[in-house]
Design a protein around this ligand. Structure first.
Ligand SMILES: Cc1ncc(CO)c(N)n1
Length: 221
């Protein structure tokens, strides 16, 4: 079994909890409280700014031109495609650009994005990928699953979100990150593989906390 398939298996109970989380389920059924979705969009925008920085660090840590160019392309697509989904939702939902960029980051948003940046900065390219792989991969899985829910793709409010994440282009990011991590893992010893596993599990748990924070619309006070 490939290294990333092993990681996926080890994280299975967390990923199942993500799939089953009320926030995700209600995007699929179209019944999610719009206030929770607005809260999520604003927090996720802040998260994506930091996520984009990790792709930029990938450009720095890459040791060949192809890898550099791919990280640069995903940096570009995060800033211009994924984040434009948020900008278009914000406009539709009456959230100004100002509000989008100056929302106060909630504790989990800060914890998750700081964790990713920190692992990416102090570790190797493999550590960096382990930190962001659950983001790209779990959203692609969620998108593909929600796309099979009758009516989810066409839902007037949440359909655009499902269409974005079920797209094959989005899945290609997760596939590429998996292939890269599998390639890097071949030469690594047990201790380093264990570190990568811990990082992958931690980011997977943060994905759960992010859904939960959004469902509860958590604030500092
Ligand atoms: C919290 C979170 N994880 C992953 C993604 C997918 O890029 C996202 N938009 N937000």
């Amino acid at each position: 079994m490939s290294f990333t398939k092993e990681l996926r298996q080890k994280a299975n109970s967390i990923w199942t909890a993500n799939h089953e989380h009320a926030f995700v389920q209600e995007i699929g059924s179209g019944t999610l409280d719009i206030e929770a979705f607005k809260y999520y969009m604003k927090q996720d925008y802040l998260y994506l700014i930091e996520y984009a920085r990790v792709f930029a660090l990938g450009v720095v840590k890459a040791n060949d031109l192809n890898t550099m160019a791919t990280f640069a392309a995903y940096l570009q697509s995060t800033l211009h495609e994924e984040m434009s989904l948020h900008r278009s939702y914000a406009q539709r939902l009456g959230i100004t650009n100002e509000e989008l960029e100056h929302t106060i980051a909630a504790p989990t948003t800060i914890a998750y994005s700081s964790y990713m940046i920190s692992e990416a900065q102090k570790g190797s390219l493999a550590h960096l990928i382990a930190a962001i792989l659950p983001c790209a991969w779990s959203y692609s899985e969620i998108g593909k699953r929600l796309a099979t829910v009758p009516g989810a793709l066409e839902h007037p409010q949440y359909g655009e979100w499902v269409r974005m994440y079920q797209d094959d282009e989005f899945e290609a990011i997760a596939d590429w990150l998996c292939a890269k991590l599998d390639e890097l893992a071949i030469t690594l010893g047990e201790a380093e593989r264990k570190q990568l596993e811990d990082i992958f599990l931690t980011s997977s748990r943060f994905e759960y906390l992010f859904w939960d924070m959004s469902y509860q619309q958590s604030h500092w006070e």
